[in-house]
Design a protein around this ligand. Structure first.
Ligand SMILES: [Zn+2]
Length: 208
């Protein structure tokens, strides 16, 4: 019985249609998209998207995410001061949701991706089974961290109707959306098969 992995046998699955064919062909015989054994430059791309998202995480949290204008003047809220305001007003659930979605989850996601990259390059020892689970959770959770952008959008829409106060989204909203999108790209660039290649000591030939 041949227990070598598909990659060791020079077989690649097409990223587009899923057909498994010899990587030497260069292109999928069915849909003609290029064949790769692993996502090309997976770790470099993941690190690059991760570094960009970490850099933007600071303006996303330090700059005002919204400006509320009323009779007494305009007040600016960062994500954290917004969370505190909601908490003080007694909207504990809203405060917790915003805190989790815009402060906690992005940080955990970045840490998870960094850990996955380190493990895939052999710098952290964790069982690939747990790492694969971690990758799955990271991808799943990423889709929900846009909540904050929606919360601001809904607030802006709601308060505009009131006409007495005006709410505008602040500059942090752009950085925040960029952080969410960049961490999504980072997760998409990561090839979880790299975790198993290292574990089984597979010799993967270079993709053409
Ligand atoms: Zn194909």
């Amino acid at each position: 019985m041949d227990i070598r992995s598909a990659a060791e046998q020079g077989l690649a699955s097409c990223h587009l249609c899923g057909k498994v064919s010899p990587v030497a062909l260069g292109h999928c015989p069915r849909c003609h998209s290029p064949l790769h054994l692993r996502k090309p430059h997976s770790l470099e791309r993941t690190w690059a998207f991760l570094a960009a998202s970490i850099a933007l995480y600071f303006p996303a949290n330090l700059m005002p995410i919204m400006a509320v204008g009323g009779v007494g003047g305009t007040s600016y809220d960062t994500i954290m001061s917004g969370v505190l305001n909601f908490w003080k007003k007694g909207d504990h659930l809203v405060a917790v949701i915003i805190f989790a979605a815009s402060i906690l989850i992005p940080i955990l996601k970045m840490l998870a991706l960094a850990w996955l990259c380190l493990a895939a390059s052999g710098k952290a020892r964790t069982s690939p089974k747990n790492l694969t689970r971690l990758y799955h959770i990271t991808e799943l959770v990423g889709r929900w961290s846009m909540i904050d952008v929606f919360v601001v959008a809904i607030l802006v829409a709601l308060v505009q109707v009131g006409a007495i106060t005006t709410v505008l989204s602040g500059p942090a909203i752009v950085s925040f959306a960029a952080v969410v999108i960049l961490t999504m790209f980072a997760a998409m660039s990561f090839d979880p098969r790299l975790l198993w290649d290292r574990h089984v000591g597979a010799e993967i030939p270079d993709s053409p």
